[in-house]
Design a protein around this ligand. Structure first.
Ligand SMILES: [Zn+2]
Length: 302
């Protein structure tokens, strides 16, 4: 299969396909032990939500692919694994009337299925297969036009005049750091604006030199997760005032340098990303998960 990095699609989609190939997309059937809420069940049906299922075999995905304007239809029943699915999908050719000739429509369809899944989980919004396909077509056309036109005719993204947080997702990250062994547990959760929890993740990590760096790593993991989910408006909360000050550019900690620059590039790719300090009392769940991840790592047989 052609290298995903060489496909005519934006870097975000290349990264997503690469993660798909390496089974690194946070679908429900993956990492069940490290994830609380939801279960392994598919967002759209009763099967387990594996990557192969969600993008190719789920009735929802099939509905999206079925109407895709390809010269020959993608028969998703033939797909035996994710690699093959991506390969077959990228070989499809959009019909001439779509006007899509210099980007891989199938990549946009995959991304659109992923966004529809996340909007259902995060915003309780339900899109039809047709609507999901339409969004893929529009995005593919817009991107294609932006590539070929000169800069003046590109659609300008207008900054919102008033920042509207009401539909933003809240993300709380926290870390538990053990000095001496330089190991940390990282945890983060996503909440709706009304405080309802959507999901949590945690993981251990080693070679962490300070508690501040551990907090930074937790925030970076949370942001990468939000970015992979295609979330566009997120308020990131931390109980480390030093970390928030560093991210806001108000102070400089050399240990955090690489982490802060990653955090800034993730936030630049979002419509709205805010960083807020909140007191520890708000992080009971994340603190517990971070400690659990650290303990599980320390006491597992190596
Ligand atoms: Zn399904």
């Amino acid at each position: 299969m052609r290298d995903v990095w060489k496909l005519a699609i934006p870097p975000k989609l290349k990264m997503f396909l690469w993660k798909m190939k390496h089974e690194a997309i946070p679908v429900n059937a993956r990492l069940p032990a490290r994830q609380i809420i939801p279960s392994a069940k598919c967002t759209f049906c009763d099967e387990d939500e594996s990557i192969k299922h969600l993008f190719f075999h789920c009735p929802f995905a099939k509905e999206v692919w079925k109407d895709a304007p390809f010269a020959s239809n993608l028969d998703t029943d033939q797909i035996l694994n994710v690699q093959e699915g991506i390969q077959f999908a990228m070989q499809t050719k959009p019909l001439p009337p779509t006007g899509i000739n210099s980007t891989h429509l199938a990549a946009w369809i995959i991304w659109s299925i992923w966004l529809a899944r996340n909007q259902k989980i995060f915003q309780n919004r339900i899109f039809s297969g047709q609507n999901t396909l339409l969004k893929a077509l529009i995005s593919a056309r817009e991107w294609q036009a932006a590539q070929s036109n000169d800069i003046r005719t590109q659609p300008q993204r207008t900054a919102p005049q008033i920042e509207n947080y009401s539909d933003a997702i809240i993300c709380r990250s926290d870390a538990a750091w053990r000095p001496g062994i330089s190991t940390a547990g990282l945890a983060w959760s996503f909440y709706r604006a009304n405080g309802e929890i959507i999901l949590s993740h945690s993981k251990p990590t080693s070679f962490v030199i300070s508690s501040l760096v551990a907090e930074g790593l937790a925030l970076r993991e949370a942001m990468e997760h939000a970015w992979t989910l295609g979330l566009t408006k997120v308020v990131f909360e931390s109980d480390s005032s030093q970390l928030i000050a560093a991210v806001e550019g108000e102070s400089n900690f050399s240990d955090l340098h690489g982490i802060v620059s990653d955090v800034i590039s993730f936030s630049n790719s979002m419509e709205l990303a805010r960083f807020i300090f909140r007191s520890r009392i708000n992080f009971v769940l994340e603190d517990g998960l971070a400690k659990q991840a650290l303990d599980a790592y320390l006491y597992q047989p190596h």
